[in-house]
Design a protein around this ligand. Structure first.
Ligand code: ADP
Length: 452
């Protein structure tokens, strides 16, 4: 500052000296005025340079100056640089924030006070059919036409969410979207959407499952209660008592089978995948299936023609008890559904690429094509009464499907009504190996028993 004043006086002094030289006293006074004016002119020019630089914006190079103007320029330059950095940081944060919302599995739409779309993410566009670019500043009410949403939006009560049909919803592939509006700022609203199709389906399945289990248990229970009342209230001859007790035992057995199958299913769903270190002998599995099939066939008084092919000396990788359960379910279905005059063939064959197939072919009633894809659903039966008559629970093929999936295998069903069916499990190469040389039947039996 002193330098500035010093230069000012120096200019006047120089003006006075030059003026004195030319015009004595009057010249000196004029020289002082001219010196002061010159100083102001130069200072004005310097100021104008700074203003011009400021007008051009921060990217322009700052003028090089000394003195107070130089310091002002320097401070302004630093201030501008700090502001630019802040703007850049804020923009980066905004981009990160928008990218995070974009990555959200939930739909997000920002609405202004008039209900116009200010921003929406990709998920919202899938859920509600909004185009983030094209529909910018469009009224949300014009784009989401579901009547439930119209009422919700107009009602102004956003304390709860509502469920509407998704944009791509079709009768065969329904899509259910939950929508919730949250007011914020000055009259603005945040719309959040969530795909709840899976949740609703799971809930419906749970309800169906509970209803099915209750129904399956109630039937034998009603029969049992009826017999118990009869036995309590009526003096029956010994022969009738024995017959009733026999029927009661049958119903109790039916409930037990159902509970066992339910437990097997829940164990299959809840337990970790079978490890690769456990191996079970294929000949042993086939032998056990054969024993069970012959016993069941005799029990049902059918005595069909049962043929079991040779089992090669192979081992299957996975839980022995699960594998036996899947294979024997297929064999017992064949025995239960094939009439006494029919035939059943169980065999193992090698497939291309080192895979292997366990198959059960029967000459039973067969299954119409429209039922085939649903056979592995829990409690799905083509013929309810026939399934029950033969002691079926409707869970056998659901268990098979789970076991097959857990072992990386595939279940193949081929059936022609009136001709017969083939149910086959195809194992991948990774699950098969040649039995260890010297491994005895007894050894396999021990391994398998331990596995169970
Ligand atoms: P279920 O205990 O009723 O046998 P499953 O899950 O084992 O239950 O089978 C589902 C349905 O598939 C059965 O009810 C039956 O209608 C049909 N099914 C299964 N195996 C056979 C077969 N070998 N022949 C004809 N129908 C079969």
């Amino acid at each position: 500052m002193f330098l500035r004043i010093g230069i000012f006086f120096a200019c006047q002094l120089a003006g006075a000296a030059v003026g004195w030289w030319f015009g004595a006293e009057r010249g000196a006074v004029a020289g002082i005025a001219a010196g002061g004016l010159a100083w102001f002119a130069v200072d004005l020019l310097r100021g104008l340079r700074v203003v011009r630089w400021l007008r051009r914006g921060s990217p322009a190079p700052a003028p090089e100056m000394l003195g107070p103007w130089g310091e002002a320029v320097d401070r302004m330059r630093r201030g501008l640089r700090a502001r630019d950095q802040q703007v850049e940081d804020a923009q980066q944060r905004l981009q990160d924030f928008l990218a995070a919302i974009q990555a959200s599995p939930n739909g997000v739409v920002l609405l202004d006070a008039q209900g116009r779309i200010e921003w929406s993410n990709q998920t919202a566009s899938q859920h509600l059919g909004i185009d983030p670019q094209r529909d910018m500043l469009q009224l949300i009410g014009n784009l989401v036409r579901d009547p439930a949403f119209t009422v919700y939006y107009a009602g102004n009560d956003f304390s709860h969410e509502i469920t509407i049909q998704g944009r791509d919803s079709t009768p065969s592939r329904p899509m259910r979207i939950s929508v919730h509006l949250h007011p914020y700022g000055q009259g603005r609203r945040l719309l959040l959407s969530r795909d709840i199709t899976g949740v609703e389906q799971a809930e419906a399945m749970r309800r169906d499952f509970v209803a099915n289990v209750s129904h399956e248990i109630r039937t034998p229970l009603t029969v049992l209660t009826g017999f118990i009342e009869t036995l309590q209230n009526l003096p029956l001859p010994e022969e009738d008592r024995a017959r009733y007790l026999g029927l009661m035992a049958q119903q109790a057995q039916r409930m037990q089978t159902l509970v066992n199958d339910l437990l097997t299913l829940s164990r299959l769903e809840g337990s970790p995948l079978p490890g690769a270190g456990e191996w079970t002998s294929l000949p042993l599995l086939m032998t056990q299936c054969e024993e069970e099939a012959r016993a069941l066939s005799g029990l049902l008084g059918k005595a069909q023609q049962l043929r079991f092919g040779d089992a090669p000396a192979l081992e299957i990788g996975g839980a022995g008890s699960e594998l036996l359960s899947a294979m024997s379910n297929l064999v017992s279905n064949a025995v239960r559904y094939t009439p006494a005059s029919g035939s059943i063939q169980v065999q193992w064959r090698s497939l291309e690429g080192g895979r292997g197939e366990f198959s059960v072919r029967d000459s039973g009633p067969g299954v119409a094509p429209e039922h085939i894809s649903r056979l592995t659903e829990r409690f799905y039966r083509v013929d309810r009464s026939r399934s029950r008559e033969t002691g079926g629970t409707g869970l056998g093929l659901a268990i098979v499907k789970h076991v097959v999936q857990r072992h990386g295998a595939e279940l193949k069903i081929d059936s022609t009504p009136g001709v017969g069916s083939t149910f086959a499990i195809q194992f991948p190469t990774s699950r098969l190996r040649t039995a260890k040389a010297g491994a005895t039947h007894a050894q396999h039996a021990t391994e398998s028993a331990a596995a169970r």
